[in-house]
Design a protein around this ligand. Sequence first.
Ligand SMILES: [Zn+2]
Ligand SMILES: [Zn+2]
Length: 127
Amino acid sequence: MKNTQRRAAILAEVSASQGPVSAEEIFQRLQERFPTLALSTVYRNLERFAEDGLVEKETSPDGVFRYAGKDDHGHYLVCTQCHSRVRLHECPLSAMEEKLEEETGFSIDRHQLTLYGICPACKEREK
Ligand SMILES: [Zn+2]
Ligand SMILES: [Zn+2]
């Protein structure tokens, strides 16, 4: 099996996921199609994708890294000290978009929202 095939399969799996996925989850989903695939290969490729900006890497409070496709619509809390990211489970802006479209006549097709602060782990460390 070619490396490029694995790379493409891993990237496709991230993009096809609803929301962020961990390396283990990707590994499990690909095991049937690629029986010789190693978990370490999945990790390595995901790290490479994140470095290349193909996927978003995020840290959850449980310490597990998860990866999401770039066009995945998500909002994040970002810790300014350790740079961990927590995904918001809702989009707080969708209601506002409608109102703004009415008020301004804009057709809004995308937005970004990121909130910055200090995560609980870093706050704990500062004490
Ligand atoms: Zn932090
Ligand atoms: Zn949103």
